[in-house]
Design a protein around this ligand. Structure first.
Ligand SMILES: [Zn+2]
Ligand SMILES: [Zn+2]
Length: 250
């Protein structure tokens, strides 16, 4: 088997700077003598503790149901959300190494961890099957925030998800954030919620095709209110077939 120059340089740099686990800081060792580890920034022990989401789960936020599923398919936390999207799915629970990966990506400019996040998406076949052929729409950052951070982690995660899905999923940043919700902490909750309702709009010149499958992508599902505002904006613009995917659920 041939080794590409990029792989060779990567292996060489692993020898000089052995990768450490983003969660516990332990050295990330290859699983076999010749095998390259599937995860480069999470150790095997922390990988084994990742909680991948398998069905059955809440149809709105993707949180797994443990044991018996009674009655409705929506979890208690999602009641009252009145989702403008059809279904929501998540790859892992937002804890342990999954949480550390998001923090590394979002707050420490750790763009290198995206390869491990792609691998996590890849390990949730139900989620991958769901996004095949879809148009992935990242939750946008306000321009002020985008300038500050230098990148939008939701866009990078949408690209990671498209890479994990292989052919047939494409990323289109169709939304923009018109209200800077983070500078609004002075307002009370009700005002903030009202502002969030109209916080998103279509990017100029964007055109939605009602026959396409749109999937909103974000890093973490918490209350779902941001994703829901995005979903409303896409619906107003004509999206019919609309779902949500997040990397983690917290
Ligand atoms: Zn670890
Ligand atoms: Zn739920």
């Amino acid at each position: 088997m041939g080794v590409s120059a990029a792989d060779f340089i990567r292996d060489l740099s692993d020898v000089i700077f052995p990768p450490s686990c983003v969660h516990c800081r332990a050295l990330v060792e290859p699983s076999g003598a010749e095998e390259r580890p599937a995860f480069r920034h999470v150790c095997q022990r922390c990988v084994s503790q990742l909680e991948f989401v398998r069905p059955p789960h809440c149809t709105t936020c993707g949180h797994p149901f443990y044991g018996v599923v009674e009655g409705g398919r929506m979890c208690v936390k999602c009641e009252g959300l009145d989702p403008a999207f059809r279904e929501g799915r998540t790859a892992v629970l937002f804890k342990g190494a999954a949480r550390s990966l998001v923090i590394e990506l979002k707050y420490h400019r750790g763009l290198h961890v995206l390869e491990d996040m792609t691998e996590i998406f890849r390990r949730v076949p139900e989620l991958i099957a769901h996004v095949r052929g879809a148009t992935l729409v990242p939750v946008p950052l306000h321009p002020r925030k985008a300038r500050e951070r230098g990148y939008n982690q939701a866009l990078l995660l949408a690209q990671a998800l498209a890479a994990a899905a292989g052919e047939g999923a494409r990323v289109e940043p169709l939304l923009r954030r018109v209200v800077d919700t983070q500078t609004q902490t002075a307002f009370d909750r009700r005002t903030r919620m009202a502002n969030l309702k109209n916080a998103f709009a279509l990017v100029r010149g964007a055109d939605l095709n009602p026959s396409l499958h749109y999937v909103l992508v974000d890093d973490v599902f918490t209350t779902g209110s941001t994703l829901n505002s995005c979903a409303r904006a896409l619906r107003r613009a004509g999206a019919v077939n609309l779902d949500v995917v997040t990397f983690g659920h917290g």
